[in-house]
Design a binder for this molecule. Structure first.
Ligand code: BG6
Length: 509
């Protein structure tokens, strides 16, 4: 892999958790692998006052806790930290942006970064429109003299379709689409990218990957943690906005898309948008029939009492925000006509796991006796996390008299690869942005199409109090009602863990 051209990375919202836990550890990981430009600087910007040293101390702590190279020699970390400085500024004040400009010009001259700057918006979303406007007003947006200015925007991108359109409009005033990198960290995950490789580098899957052979697709992304200290944000967001509109629809896009004509950013993203545009819209009747929302209630998990959602800090006592969401979705196109996609996400589930399961159809005529025929068809399981890997389930004759069949697994675990380094999602995405590759970032039309699908559900919840929200005890697999979404006789959601460890953290493929 090549090193990117010299760059300055400016992180707005640098005093926040994302910078500490993900961004700086990811930049350090790139540094360790010699993937950062020869000359680079990271400038943290935010309202909080920090001296350079104080900021570096905090970042050092983040590296030691969250980097892939956390055990690294202290001197190496200190050398890396010399590239980091901090500037306190009022992110809504033009005068401060003028000062920022002077500061950046000095850095640029000293380092010969040729005006290449990445601005990373890791602030509260209310500033996503404000900061790019101020950057534009002081002239920090233009690709003058061959320089490259790029803008990375964290999720959530908008709160609904209207606000996403509004934000895209604001950004486009000063930044061209090719300068804007809308991040969805799921696209940065190795195992998510492996969906593309599984599908498009193996000839055997393509003929099967359609309504003729696929019975249904299941996408699960659940967590055992609750909303932690994010009650304020989460209560005005909920599972549908927080996980489905972005991460899970992106996964659906990669599973359902047509093969792109080439692997350049626009060909791939064109195909994803087409999937989003083919989602069958939910009417109010569909919302009642084909979706379920839930909220966790207080429970004791392995001897430990955990609060219910409404008791969490920052959450309204009568909140109707969903911490669980499941739906049955149809993609109305030739490949997928009639194939249900079951999607679910939730907080305070028994474990943390993300996986995609392709359930193939039963053979046309079943010759052998089976006790659980419906749930024992061939399955291809793409485990995104944890215990990353791929598993294929096939029926096999049980040795002995008669023709008894048992489902066995052919599996691959990333952990079996020796000497393989799994980069984190932010590492991959930051590197891609530096080299100007936006393939794994979301384009404006995709974000808008995803909101267009989700909006009617959000509106129906807002306008119709009668749409139920079901409770589920913390530590369980969600409201029982969600089982009824899968209407086929004897079929259930796949139970993703063979044996869940006592602490509920490890979920074996
Ligand atoms: C974030 C959501 O985008 O993704 C969080 O805001 C969620 O609520 C997180 O916990 C899950 O990401 P990952 O990579 O841990 O699956």
């Amino acid at each position: 892999m090549n090193r990117a051209d010299n760059h300055i990375l400016v992180i707005f919202g640098a005093s926040g958790d994302l910078t500490y836990r993900k961004l700086i550890p990811a930049v350090f990981d790139l540094y360790k692998q010699n993937l950062l430009p020869e000359k680079f600087a990271v400038l943290g910007a935010g309202r909080t006052e920090f001296s350079n040293d104080k900021f570096r101390d905090k970042m050092k702590d983040g590296i030691k806790k969250f980097s892939n190279f956390k055990e690294d020699d202290e001197n190496n970390i200190d050398d890396f930290l010399k590239h980091i400085t901090y500037i306190a500024l009022d992110t809504e004040n033009q005068e401060d942006f003028k000062k920022l400009k002077v500061h950046l010009e000095t850095l640029d001259n000293n380092l010969d970064t040729k005006g290449n700057i990445i601005y990373y918006l890791s602030t509260p979303p209310s500033l996503y429109g404000v900061i790019p406007t101020l950057l534009g007003e002081v002239g920090l947006n233009n690709n003058t003299n061959g320089s490259r200015k790029k803008l990375i925007v964290e999720k959530p991108f908008g709160y609904d379709l209207e606000s996403a359109l509004e934000l895209n409009k604001k950004l486009s005033k000063y930044f061209k689409e090719e300068q804007i990198y809308r991040i969805d960290h799921y696209l940065g995950k190795e195992t998510v990218q492996n969906i593309l490789v599984t599908r498009f580098s193996n000839g055997i899957f393509e003929p099967l990957w359609n309504r003729n052979y696929v019975h249904h697709v299941e996408i699960t992304s659940v967590e055992n943690i609750g909303i932690e200290n994010r009650g304020g944000y989460y209560d005005s967001s909920g599972a549908l906005r927080d996980m489905v509109q972005n991460h899970l629809l992106q996964l659906t896009g990669l599973i359902a898309m047509e093969p792109p004509s080439s692997f350049d950013s626009n060909s791939l993203r064109n195909e994803i948008v087409k999937v989003f545009q083919s989602f069958r819209p939910f009417s109010e009747k569909d919302i009642l029939k084909n979706s379920i929302r839930g909220q966790y209630t207080a429970a004791t998990i392995r001897g430990e009492k955990v609060s219910g959602y409404r008791e969490e800090k920052g959450v309204k006592k009568d909140s109707r925000t969903e911490s669980y969401f499941a739906m049955k979705l149809f993609i109305d196109n030739w490949r997928w006509g009639g194939v249900p996609f079951y999607i679910r996400t939730g907080k305070r589930m028994p474990t943390k796991v993300t996986e995609v399961v392709i359930h193939f159809k039963q053979t046309p005529h079943f010759l052998f006796s089976k006790t659980d025929a419906a749930n024992s068809c061939n399955q291809l399981i793409l485990r995104i996390q944890p215990d990353e890997g791929v598993l294929f389930k096939i029926g096999m004759k049980v040795p002995g008299q008669g023709f008894d069949i048992q489902n066995v697994n052919m599996d691959f675990h990333y952990s079996d690869l020796s000497n393989t380094y799994l980069p984190t999602a932010y590492e991959r995405l930051l590197y891609d942005c530096m080299i100007g590759d936006s393939t794994l970032y979301q384009r404006a039309d995709a974000v808008e199409a995803a909101w267009k699908f989700v909006d009617p559900i959000l509106n129906a919840w807002k306008n119709n109090e009668k749409i139920p929200i079901y409770g589920y005890p913390a530590g369980t697999w969600g409201p029982e009602k969600a089982d009824n979404l899968i209407e086929e006789k004897d079929m259930t959601w796949r139970h993703p863990c063979k044996n869940l460890a006592e602490d509920g953290i490890y979920c074996e493929l």
